[in-house]
Design a binder for this molecule. Structure first.
Ligand code: I3P
Length: 106
C-alpha cells in the first residue's frame, strides 16, 4: 500500500535532532520488510523506475501512535533501529492502525 503522506523527520539518528524538521510530502511505501519514500508515485508508469529518497529496514523498528503530537491527526511515530525517527500522517484512523500492524509484522 502506498500513501501520499506528510513525513517529519524528528531525529536523524537515535540521539541527534534532525536539522530539517519540516513536514514534507512523500509517497511512502511498505514493501516486504522495507519502508521507502518517493517524491513521485512509484505505481505510475512514468516514475516506476524512480529511486526512493530513502529506504529503511523495518527489522527491529518501533512504531507507535504519536499521541503526544497534536497538530496533525492519525500520526504514527516510527523509530528505525540505529536510524532516524519519523512522524508520518495517515489519511484515516483505520489506515493508521493497519500500518502499525504491517510495520510490526514486517
Ligand atoms: C520546522 C517547521 C516544522 C516545525 C518544526 C520546525 O522549521 O516549522 O513545521 O514542526 O518545529 O523546526 P523548518 O521548516 O525551518 O525546518 P511542527 O510543524 O511540528 O511544529 P520543531 O523543530 O519544534 O519540531
Amino acid at each position: 500500500k502506498i500513501f501520499y503522506s506528510k513525513v517529519k523527520c524528528e531525529l536523524s539518528t537515535p540521539s541527534i535532532r534532525a536539522n530539517s524538521r519540516s513536514w514534507r510530502y512523500y509517497y511512502v511505501q511498505l514493501l516486504g520488510t522495507k519502508i521507502m519514500a518517493f517524491t513521485k508515485n512509484p505505481n505510475k508508469k512514468k516514475s516506476k523506475n524512480a529511486l526512493p529518497v530513502w529506504t529503511h529496514s523495518m527489522d527491529r523498528a518501533e512504531v507507535t501512535v504519536a499521541s503526544d503530537y497534536l497538530k496533525e491527526r492519525y500520526v504514527i511515530r516510527l523509530r528505525i533501529e540505529d536510524g532516524p525517527q519519523f512522524l508520518i500522517t495517515m489519511p484515516t484512523e483505520k489506515d493508521r492502525n493497519e500500518w502499525i500492524a504491517s510495520i510490526e509484522s514486517a
